[in-house]
Design a protein around this ligand. Structure first.
Ligand SMILES: [Zn+2]
Length: 241
């Protein structure tokens, strides 16, 4: 499969999805699909680099798709929706890889579980304040053929309030670094390389560390115990907010 024949789904057109999508469009990925149900807001413009002030109030998915075509993607499609247990199958249809750039852990786990069930590689990332992480996950199977996934690393949606960029803020260039890193990891996965590397970025000390956490033998995707997304409760980490 060549890059021009590849389809990549961007979950979220925010501080991670914008730079990742931009890099993938310019690298020659043929088809990009943007899933986001938000509109462009002024407070996020510094890190959501596909948008300008002229786009305020417009659907992010539509504007991002338009910009990605202008940047070189031969096809870009907007989906004004969130990635949820009930929308996952339709969003993943015909997709070769997912870039997950949502801003909360419940969404990250829905994407991780859906990609594991559908056998789609995914590059996940998160950032708060001056730091963040990125994880490339190859398509894998059960048992010994399971490869390191989000549940191997973080196990489950954090209980109690987790820091989110909405509450704690994030430094624009820090998400820019992680979004660009996601694009690079996506290109390697599309070229057939294995995932499994977890990157941690410390923007205060300018340190990028790569580790290779082993797949957990008791990961629910290694055991095959997650077989229906709609039966799992994805509890928001800030349910009361
Ligand atoms: Zn796992």
């Amino acid at each position: 499969m060549t890059l021009a024949d590849s389809s990549v789904l961007l979950v979220g057109a925010g501080g991670l999805g914008c730079p990742a999508g931009r890099a993938l469009a310019q690298a020659g990925v043929g088809r990009l699909i943007v899933a986001d149900d938000d509109t462009v807001e002024g407070t996020n413009l510094h890190r959501q680099i596909l948008f300008t002030e002229a786009d305020l109030g417009s659907p992010k998915a539509d504007v991002a798709a338009e910009r990605l075509v202008a940047l070189g993607a031969s096809q870009a499609e907007a989906r004004r929706t969130r990635f949820l247990p009930e929308t996952a199958a339709a969003l993943l249809d015909g997709v070769d890889l997912v870039i997950e750039g949502s801003d909360n852990f419940p969404s990250k786990f829905v994407v991780a579980d859906a990609c594991a069930l559908h056998g789609v590689p995914v590059v996940q990332a998160g950032a708060v304040r001056w730091g963040g992480w990125a994880l490339a996950v190859a398509a894998s199977g059960r048992g010994a053929s399971h490869r390191t996934c989000l549940r191997c690393v973080f196990e489950d949606v954090p209980s109690g309030p987790a820091l989110s960029c909405e509450l704690a803020g994030v430094v624009g260039p820090v998400v820019g670094v992680l979004g660009a890193l996601q694009a690079k990891l996506a290109l390697r996965l599309l070229a057939g390389e294995d995932g499994g590397t977890l990157y941690s970025y410390d923007g205060r000390r300018d340190r990028l560390r790569a580790t290779r956490p082993s797949p957990r033998t008791d990961c629910p995707h290694a055991l095959g115990t997650i077989d229906d997304l709609e039966r799992i409760e994805y509890v928001p980490s800030s349910a009361s907010a």
